[in-house]
Ligand binder design. Structure first.
Ligand code: ADP
Ligand code: MG
Length: 375
């Protein structure tokens, strides 16, 4: 069993800087967990504390049922893959994979079996005879992962392992690592994975669950879909999703028997289902609406609100266009299928156009704390 349990984990660096604030987290046995957040939010610090490379200054860390706060890295049953992995340049891939096992005194036949099994899992049997300088970036990164696999760890720790690869390679390595996790489980060697990235696309595509961090504090832990649909606060809402959710300061006001959000001088009547969840009948809030919930044409369902706006510019992505426009002085982005641009395609900067907001999908956050008011 290799579940991870973090209880009130703290990190104060020797210079007095507090990097991690009371982190409580359970990573399930065999789970693929992603830590995501902006640079400096303490992803690496947390991972390095799990690995035993950084002291834990408060709280309890358990791997399986064992308290491991004071265990050396070697005794924790973990293997780590970094962004800046270094292969031994004078050794062939085979020996790069075998080196650690040989050092630990593993019998030769078992070393061979483990190296070949790892090479097979990573589809790199044909690379075993090459030297690192004869490998592409993606192949070298696979060798680095292979070195972790041969150790047969119960827990894999990845710290931004794909950040040095170009976009295309990153995308294919994402798939490869996700498949590897599945293959290991199916082959009876299930691995618990903690994968650190600053890239929300990586987090969304790879994680079974995602832990979103900011300034050393957990913001939310949940499945990709739940984070996307039900963000706990405005930070998570803005961090997950591309293009970003439109989030703006707005004003809540009574309107008839219901409520409206005042945004850029326009009153947006709230659907009754949303208004019913709000305690307050007025005051400052943050209004959030994902770009895909704004269209350039009225929806056939008739459930969108037409608002006058000014076109700013468009980004053509192929099948979609990101249209940037203003409601009053408030800038918003719409994510429009290219075949639904209609009259918008010919519009120039500064021209007027009606956009259609699907308010049933809007989010409202506390103006100060950012807490989602509709959950
Ligand atoms: P991330 O991996 O999310 O980018 P880090 O875990 O590397 O973030 O760093 C978290 C915070 O801790 C940052 O503010 C960083 O400057 C600080 N930090 C990292 N290492 C040290 C250290 N050795 N001494 C003091 N502060 C540190
Ligand atoms: Mg880091």
């Amino acid at each position: 069993m290799a579940q991870l349990s973090l209880k009130k984990i703290e990190k104060v660096y020797p210079n007095g800087f507090k990097a991690v604030h009371g982190v409580d987290l359970e990573v399930r046995d065999g789970e693929f967990m992603v830590f995501v957040g902006p640079s400096g939010c303490a992803k690496s610090t947390l991972l390095r504390m799990i690995a035993g490379l950084e002291t834990i200054t408060g709280g309890e860390l358990r791997i399986g049922d064992k308290l491991v706060n004071d265990l050396a890295p070697k005794q924790r049953g973990i293997a780590m893959v970094f962004q800046n992995y270094a292969l031994y340049p004078h050794m062939k891939v085979y020996d790069n994979l075998a080196f650690g096992l040989k050092l630990a005194g593993t019998p030769k036949a078992e070393v061979d079996q483990r190296v070949r099994h790892a090479a097979q899992l990573l589809e790199m049997e044909h690379l075993l005879d090459r030297y690192p300088k004869q490998l592409s970036g993606g192949q070298a990164q696979r060798v680095a992962v292979g070195r972790a696999i041969v150790k047969k760890p119960e827990v894999f720790l990845f710290d931004e392992p794909l950040s040095n690869l170009d976009a295309k390679l990153r995308a294919s390595m994402r798939v490869r690592l996700t498949e590897l996790h599945r293959t290991l489980r199916e082959s009876g060697q299930p691995a618990t994975v903690v994968y650190v990235t600053h890239d929300q696309v990586e987090a969304m595509t790879m994680g079974q669950r995602i832990c979103v961090l900011k300034d050393g504090v957990i913001q939310q832990v949940d499945t990709p879909t739940a984070l996307y649909d039900r963000p706990a606060n405005a930070f998570v809402a803005g961090f997950i999703g591309s293009p970003e959710m439109n989030i703006h300061a707005a004003e809540l006001q009574p309107m008839g028997s219901g409520l409206a959000v005042m945004l850029g001088g326009v009153a947006l009547p709230l659907p009754e289902s949303k208004a019913a969840k709000l305690r307050s009948r007025g005051g400052a809030i943050k209004f959030g609406l994902r770009p895909e919930h704004v269209s350039a044409v009225a929806r056939p369902q008739g459930d969108s609100l037409a608002v006058p706006a000014t076109v700013r510019f468009m980004e053509h992505m192929g099948s979609e266009v990101f249209v940037h426009f203003d409601i009053g002085t408030v800038p918003l982005t719409a994510r429009v299928p290219a075949d639904q641009l209609n009259g918008l395609a010919e519009k120039m900067r500064g021209e007027a156009h009606q956009f259609h907001l699907q308010l049933a999908s809007c989010h409202l956050f506390d103006a100060e704390t950012g807490t989602n008011l509709l959950l």
